[in-house]
Design a protein around this ligand. Structure first.
Ligand code: AP5
Length: 222
């Protein structure tokens, strides 16, 4: 099964993807995580992406599409499908993804749209902390680690993303409204869109999603 997680920054796409991954054998592909890894390793791509990512702008379509196409074609036969998180973000990327999935003969099953409101987004993103070592995501109030500043999973150090400050969050939100919101209609026209209330508890969303997959027979067929 192939699924896209759509929604504004901080809607909880990464958090939900992590929970779904524990309940299925789907691979989680987050373009944000991949780009941050490239930046950390100071690859050519990471250097090219850094200014875009840290200022809340979109990285050019051509670069991200190439990253995704490479991962899908190299892992496509081994996983039970993909959860695309943060991709596509433009109509061009959505069209590219259709082509990539046609290439592996595994079409898209759902575009899940996580709606959320700006006050919730700002509260979530300004309190988000990420493990430097394993990438696990926490929130200082909603999902705190057992020991402040330390990852429960691997004892790694927790840090705040450079783009998680109020000014850049507002910029990311503008970029989202201008570039990404239009692709919601693109998937609605294709009958693939399902809406989820991103302001709900992540575990409740997971249950809702598993019921949807089950009712549509997706859990047994993939
Ligand atoms: P990316 O990393 O994708 O950032 P984003 O879309 O802004 O999304 P976030 O990761 O900020 O939020 P999320 O929805 O995953 O929320 P999370 O689960 O962490 O992209 C970063 C940048 O990379 C972009 O700005 C761009 O420059 C570039 N980029 C990436 N993809 C690109 C593309 N395709 N094309 C071009 N450029 C691209 O949750 C947030 C916080 O809330 C956490 O602390 C979490 O613990 C908490 N939380 C989550 N869910 C809940 C809940 N239900 N209840 C309570 N707390 C919750």
């Amino acid at each position: 099964m192939n699924v896209i997680l759509l929604g504004p920054p901080g809607a909880g796409k990464g958090t939900l993807a992590h929970l779904v991954k524990q309940s299925t054998s789907m691979a989680h592909l987050s373009t944000g995580d991949i780009l941050r890894e490239e930046m950390k390793n100071e690859t050519d791509l990471g250097k090219e992406a850094k200014n875009f990512v840290e200022s809340g702008q979109l990285v050019p379509d051509e670069l991200v599409t190439k990253l995704i196409a490479h991962r899908v074609t190299s892992n496509g036969q081994d996983s039970d499908g993909f959860m695309f998180d943060g991709f596509p973000r433009t109509t061009g990327q959505a069209e590219d993804l259709t082509g990539i999935l046609e290439g592996i003969k595994k079409p898209l099953d759902y575009a899940l749209y996580m709606e959320s409101t700006l006050p919730v987004i700002i509260q979530r993103l300004s309190g988000r902390r990420v493990c430097r070592k394993c990438g696990h995501v926490y929130h200082i109030k909603n999902r705190p680690p057992k020991k402040e500043g330390i990852c429960d999973q691997c004892d790694g150090e927790l840090y705040q993303r450079a783009d998680d400050n109020e000014e850049t969050i507002r910029k990311r939100m503008d970029v989202y409204l201008q570039n990404t919101k239009p692709i919601i209609e693109y998937y609605e026209r294709q009958g693939m869109l399902r809406k989820l209330d991103g302001d709900k508890e992540a575990e409740d969303l997971l249950n809702e999603l598993m019921k949807l997959f089950d009712a549509d027979g997706k859990l047994n067929n993939h």
